[in-house]
Design a protein around this ligand. Sequence first.
Ligand code: ADP
Length: 547
Amino acid sequence: MLGLMQAQPLLISSIIQHAARHHGTGEIVSKTVEGALHRTTYSAIEPRCRRAARMLQRLGVQGGDRVATLAWNGYRHFELYYGISGMGAICHTINPRLSPADITYIINHASDVVLFLDTTFAPLIAAVAKDVRASLRAVVFMTERAHMPDIALPEGMELLCYEELMEAADDNYAWPTFHENTAAALCYTSGTTGKPKGVLYSHRSTVLHAFASNMADVIGLRSTDRVLPVVPMFHVNAWGTPYSAPMTGASLIMPGRHLDGASLTKLMNDERVTLSAGVPTVWLGLLNHLRSSGERLHTVKSFVIGGSACPQLLFEAFDKEYGIRIDHAWGMSELSPLGTYNAPKPSNIDLTGDEKMALQLTQGRSIYGVDMRIVDDEGKELPWDSKTSGHLQSKGYWVCSSYFGGTAGDALTPDGWFATGDVATISADGYMEITDRSKDVIKSGGEWISSIQLENLAMSHPDIAEAAIIAARHEKWDERPLLIVVPREGKEIDKKALLSFYEGKVAKWWIPDDVVVVKDLPHTATGKVQKLALRTQWANHLVTTAG
Ligand code: ADP
């Protein structure tokens, strides 16, 4: 017997309709590429989203077509999120920090028909246009006529102006209803191993992810919040904030392209931001700015930090010096991205000092909707004892089952789990701690050493600005940890003293064999330290120094 409740499909358009109807005065404030602040509200933007859908129809876009964006966080990008998905097409967000070769590859792989982009990226499209003409028939700059860049495109590819197209369209459009499993958005992983792969989100997975992120023990937005996503809308949908904020009526403050400490501080204070989300490098930049300028953040209550392990320093500095709570989260493109969130349980709410810190450094516990397990090389489930580490696998409502172009289920184990590529431990009460990505694990004499723990410790040293640990080849032990550090401005590194900093904090055999001092570390398109590049350069360091 079926239940007798309304069977409405979970569609993304329902979110913006709700926001316009019930939170009409909720704001979207955007720092534009041109520099000025643009202000609008949910009630004013919803008709613009419908107008965007009409514009897409006039451009010949049909349900299932891939429509690409190359854009910062801003209101026009928001209009396209809803316009494209809402009409049944697929919003393919492209990460501009990828190499031109990768961008060419993914536009062709996705067969994008139209590309919407900020004027910042004019040189980028000019460089790749001739290589993507097989599918791409129009390039639309998200600006007014006065700011249109003048670039040459190959024959057959139109150069268009967003505001002109919007002006020519109308908003006489009713959001269509279709199956909730329809594809809504596409995001390619940054391809640190092999070619980028497209994760294809559905309306259902996106709406459920937004619901879940709004649970009180997750990001838990409220209508009174003013959220500044530093995480870009061009990678994993800005961690879902363009959906979770309007779902609750929270205002969105869109930072555009200036993500340095000074710009963020000004925008957060001017716009009374209460919550922000981003990767650790962004917060390290912000912290440096606050410390050197003496400025304060007057309204921010919490930061959500994920994408890489959050160093201890950020917890300590923001909590103690600035009264800002840090929420540590873990996820990935394939998980939409939220998988775990670090919120207290009754058993640990009263922890203090080192014990509290040790808990905060973990990536948190499963959010309802995504289950996790750790397994050994043979796929056998491992115990949750905080010590045994294994391959982390996920399963849930917003976890991918295949990549774009694949067949549902072909990215899963035979029993339906997705291998995340991370290595982790899980505690008896369900807190997961990433120790490494599988490909970064250091195997010394057959035993695993956690590069993340060693990096965290190095980052807590007062003279270190950034640190990475890589597996360096070793004649006797196969691999040994090598510490690569960027010193803080004006600091000299005494290698011996730095290594002795590890004593008593980790097992003796975990202590790195040597230290390399560099000016800066290479980062990937999503802000993570590029271990592959470091390994290419330094993997033989111990062999050559020994010899
Ligand atoms: P990519 O496209 O590079 O895969 P993702 O944003 O999908 O980018 O990255 C996901 C990966 O980032 C995870 O598999 C994990 O290794 C790492 N990661 C994410 N959050 C954390 C965290 N809080 N701590 C440690 N690593 C994290």
